[in-house]
Design a protein around this ligand. Structure first.
Ligand code: NAP
Length: 327
């Protein structure tokens, strides 16, 4: 294992670069903590695959998700945040000096802010993964363009499903929303928008049991959840929008998580973003299964930055630390 920059010990390493991580970067950079942001190969988080964001305060006419994230990043860079566009491959966050590996390069820090977000869930069907990228997708904004004048379906009953279905009507001739019950998690306004769209039809109390097609999706098999009756629906594409799983695998065995895998925060009295490990803070969707909005993620990124800053103020001088640093 090689160590980078002659074992420089950063004050803050931020892992992840969605609204939470980049807000933490802006605040820690302005606080002269010289943050190192390991932003990942897919930098920018979930807003990079979103179209128009209408509810982020300050943008009266809305703003495109990627444009918003570019602005966050540029703002952090302006105050001196350093970026590495690679994935973290291993961590040891248990000691006073935190160790973060990117392949063979080891980065050291006094504090780590985890903002790795959450990833899209899939239905778990064999043919769903086989046909991924060939008609099956979990990202309407990435793949919608390929479905011009086609018939497609979106699975799910939350805001994501409504947003994706509405967005996809820009391209598709027909969009079905397939949902496993009659009630919706989606907010009223987004549900109504989908319901009022003449291109969208709802298929309720139905689950997708199979995706059919050799090289491309041609249909899905449906099962009625009330009668068990099976049917087939001819389709050119299937978009899966059934929620997300927090990206915490990297921290398995080190950071305490809840039953669904979300990082547990507020683990010390003075810091709302504190994890079970001193000097390790978490913000954004990786620790929030309730609000999951760009603005709440950004807010918690701010809290994590201030918590890390406060933690550092309380620490003894670095050279007085007793722990020897070894790779
Ligand atoms: P969500 O609210 O958790 O909804 C997931 C949906 O998928 C639920 O309707 C659920 O059904 C269904 N589902 C879950 N597993 C399934 C399975 N195996 N098979 C079939 N259906 C399944 O997730 P989300 O829509 O991704 O939204 C997450 C958060 O982001 C929410 O807080 C939402 O408000 C927010 N969001 C906001 C916006 C916006 O404001 N622009 C856009 C997108 C998302 P059940 O209801 O039966 O459990």
């Amino acid at each position: 294992m090689s160590s980078n920059s002659e074992n420089k010990i950063h004050k803050v390493i931020i892992v992840g670069s969605g609204p939470a991580g980049l807000t933490a970067a802006i605040y820690t950079a302005r606080g002269r903590l010289d943050p190192l942001v390991i932003e990942g190969y897919q930098a920018g988080g979930q807003l990079m695959t979103t179209t128009e964001v209408e509810n982020f305060p300050g943008f009266k006419d809305g703003i495109m998700g990627p444009e918003l994230m570019m602005a966050f990043r540029a703002q952090a860079e302006r105050f001196g945040a350093e970026f590495i566009t690679k994935n973290v491959t291993k961590v040891d966050l248990t000691g006073d000096i935190k160790k973060v590996w990117v392949d063979n390069d080891l980065y050291l820090a006094q504090t780590v802010i985890i903002s790795t977000g959450a990833s899209a869930n899939l239905l778990g069907l064999k043919n769903e993964s086989r046909l991924m990228g060939r008609g099956v997708s979990s990202c309407a904004t990435c793949d919608g363009f390929f479905f011009r004048d086609k018939t497609i379906a979106v699975v799910g009953g939350g805001d994501s499903a409504m947003e994706e279905a509405t967005f996809l009507t820009r391209f598709a001739s027909k969009v079905y929303v397939i949902h496993r019950r009659e009630g919706f998690r989606a907010s009223k306004i987004m549900l109504e928008k989908a319901e009022n769209n003449p291109k969208i039809d709802f298929i309720l109390n139905a689950i997708v049991t199979d995706v059919i097609g050799e090289d491309a999706v041609t249909a899905v098999k449906l099962q009625d959840t009330q009668t068990d009756a099976e049917s087939e629906l001819a389709l050119d594409g299937l978009f899966v929008a059934i929620g997300h799983t927090p990206n915490t695998q990297l921290f398995d065995g080190q950071i305490e998580v809840d039953q669904k895998g979300y990082i547990l925060t507020s683990q010390d009295k003075s810091h709302i973003t504190a994890t079970n490990l001193p000097g390790v803070f978490a913000c954004g969707d990786v620790q929030d299964k309730r609000y999951r909005q760009a603005i709440t993620a950004a807010g918690s990124g701010c809290s994590a930055a201030l918590d890390a800053e406060h933690y550092l103020e309380l620490l003894p001088e670095l050279e007085e630390m007793s722990e020897p640093v070894t790779a």
